[in-house]
Design a protein around this ligand. Structure first.
Ligand SMILES: Cc1cc2nc3c(=O)[nH]c(=O)nc-3n(C[C@H](O)[C@H](O)[C@H](O)COP(=O)(O)O)c2cc1C
Length: 182
């Protein structure tokens, strides 16, 4: 059996270290996981005015999450909290009222920052808002990654073997969690 994992990159940067972190995880992910991006970059800022005339782009974004067995979110921390673009995307999850594309699904939040806090506070803020949707949040192992672009090699993996081994064990743990709960 194959499991579909939708992943969300919490950064809008075209050169995102969080995208590279996910790339390194996918590079060594178990073969029964299939990955598809749920890209929120074109979503407008949510307003209740959209509920009556729901934009196709938001329907398409949520469909990727609805069709997935599990969701992986990699986010930076902005000003010690969740980046605004990611929070806006999560606001779209729950509207119109009653919509919930992640309820009961395995969800794993990881992240990277350039600072030594490793996006930990941003991840905690992200988990806090996700709790509203009652997902099955996997909270271990914590991936609070302090990283820079130079940490990733041409093959998309961490150059440091121990670090690549750690992210590999993290995605394997998520695969186990999905197999048990999806
Ligand atoms: C608006 C803004 C706020 C930031 N706030 C934090 C912060 O609170 N903690 C931190 O460790 N890094 C912070 N950073 C630095 C990010 O860790 C760094 O830009 C990182 O590359 C972001 O991840 P990305 O490359 O995936 O976009 C901030 C960056 C920006 C642009």
């Amino acid at each position: 059996m194959t499991y579909k994992v939708a992943y969300i990159i919490g950064s809008l940067s075209s050169n995102s270290i969080n995208r590279k972190l996910v790339g390194a995880m996918i590079a060594d992910a178990p073969a029964d996981l299939e990955f598809v991006e749920a890209d929120f970059s074109k979503l407008p800022l949510y307003s209740p005015d959209y509920d009556a005339d729901y934009p196709q782009i938001a329907t398409d974004f949520k469909k990727i999450l609805e069709d997935a067995d599990a969701v992986l979110i990699a986010t930076p921390e902005y000003d010690r909290s969740i980046p605004g673009g990611l929070k806006n995307a999560i606001d779209w999850f729950g509207r119109p009222w009653g919509s919930n594309p992640i309820g009961g699904k395995p969800v794993y939040v990881v992240g990277a920052s350039m600072g030594s806090v490793g996006a930990a506070i941003g991840q905690i803020a992200t988990r806090q808002t996700l709790e509203f949707f009652n997902p099955l949040l996997m909270t271990q192992p914590e991936v609070y990654m302090k990283m820079s672009h130079e940490d990733i090699g041409e093959d998309g993996r961490f150059i440091d073997a121990a670090t690549q081994g750690f992210v590999k064990s993290a995605i394997e743990a998520f695969a186990d969690y999905i197999r048990k709960h999806a």
